[in-house]
Design a protein around this ligand. Structure first.
Ligand SMILES: *Cc1c(COP(=O)(O)O)cnc(C)c1O
Length: 382
């Protein structure tokens, strides 16, 4: 007996049942949901590129040129000159030898970790890492250790006892908290133990660093400091897919052994072309990053005045800590009824009793919308 209804009822009773809202408009600041206009404060489209006219035009033209499907995996006949050009541009952008496209960030993480460590090795992960990094570590067959969030002292202790090759894995910007990993310290600890450091910068690329190069650009860390760099394309890039960047040997190893690379269909060439267009915008239009900073500062100043429970984040991810799952759901529903879309993040995505409203900002938000959100948040969590 599977007894799925019992499990589902149990989730409902604990305020952990998940459901989807159906969106009836393009991804943007203003969405339509249930036929009603609503302001979007939960997207990862930080720079407002998902619905950018230039990116859309390039995508359309590329579909005319390349068709829709890629036909097969990269190693069979799915790797076009469009994919290849994007890989070269991403390598140059990240100042790495090479970059390799994956179909999603989840697959990039699973594939890279499993290709680098296995039985007899050790993988060490920040406790608050994204689920795809934790899953990659767990399924790799390596000894799996979690260190206290951002605690290099604890990591150091674990490394002293680790066996085989050691791979340290961390989010760049933590996806549910918004804070940045202590990358310089992590890299120093890694070097002391001849370990490698892998950074998943899903939320930093495009947003942090003077040129949008993310946490490694901001911290000035090269390929010798962060051997494995992961970026996703579905967030600030506004398109879809992901990549791993690093040394020639790393990329050749992934092409030859990463199962989530080998055994899956390449993403459409038109998506690669659209991503090249968004990369150009992301690099040149630094006003989008400046705009985000202004909005985040306005939000934090306003929230402090209203005594809202903010978290220590300077990124466009600005969670409001609520605690109980039920309370987060009720607050999110209240916001929705007042025309604001903010998602309630509950366990197991975050630790028990650490449910939160995950507010995110886009370069396209207006000051008045930030103020409207602040006012509604104050009422929602009372
Ligand atoms: C979103 C996210 C991923 C997954 O990327 P997808 O391309 O959506 O599969 C991986 N890591 C982190 C930190 C993320 O936030």
């Amino acid at each position: 007996m599977f007894e799925l209804s019992l499990k589902l009822n149990d989730l409902s009773q604990r305020g952990l049942r998940r459901s989807r809202r159906i969106i009836e408009s393009p991804q943007d600041i203003n969405l339509v949901c249930n036929g009603k206009g609503i302001v979007n404060f939960c997207s990862n489209d930080y720079l407002g590129l998902a619905n950018h006219p230039n990116v859309i035009n390039v995508f359309k033209k590329a579909a005319d040129q390349w068709g829709v499907g890629s036909g097969s995996a990269h190693l069979i006949c799915g790797h076009t000159s469009a994919h290849h050009a994007l890989e070269e541009e991403l390598a140059e952008f990240t100042r790495r030898d090479r970059a390799l496209l994956f179909s999603t960030g989840y697959m990039a993480n699973l594939g890279a970790i499993s290709a680098l460590v296995g039985r007899g090795d050790t993988v060490l992960e920040d406790r608050l890492n994204h689920a795809s990094l934790l899953d990659g570590g767990l399924s790799s067959g390596a000894k799996f250790k979690r260190y206290t969030h951002a605690d290099t002292g604890h990591l150091n202790e674990l490394l002293a006892k680790s066996e085989g090759n050691s791979l340290i894995v961390t989010d760049g910007v933590f996806s549910m908290d918004g804070d940045t990993a202590p990358l310089k310290a992590l890299s120093a600890v890694a070097k002391q133990h001849s370990a490698w450091l892998m950074v998943d910068d899903a939320h930093g690329f495009g947003v942090l660093g003077a040129n949008g190069g993310g946490v490694t650009e901001e911290a000035g860390l090269s390929q010798d400091d962060v051997q494995v760099l992961v970026g996703t394309l579905g967030k600030a890039f506004g398109t879809f897919g992901a990549f791993v960047a690093g040394s020639e040997e790393l990329i050749e190893t992934l092409i030859n052994t990463a199962r989530t690379y080998i055994y899956t269909t390449a993403l459409p060439a038109s998506v690669a072309e659209a991503t090249r267009a968004s990369l150009k915008i992301l690099r040149t239009e630094s006003w989008r990053r400046e705009r985000l900073k202004v909005l985040v500062e306005r939000f934090r100043a306003g929230a402090a005045q209203l005594d809202l429970p903010l978290m220590p984040s300077s990124s466009p991810i600005q969670p409001v800590l609520v605690g109980l799952s039920e309370k987060a759901s009720v607050a999110s529903q209240y916001l929705f009824e007042n025309g604001l879309l903010v998602s309630a993040i509950r366990p197991p995505t975050v630790p028990a009793n650490a449910a939160r409203l995950r507010v995110t900002f886009s370069a396209l938000h207006e000051e008045a919308q930030v103020d409207q959100l602040l006012e509604a948040l104050a009422k929602a969590i009372k």
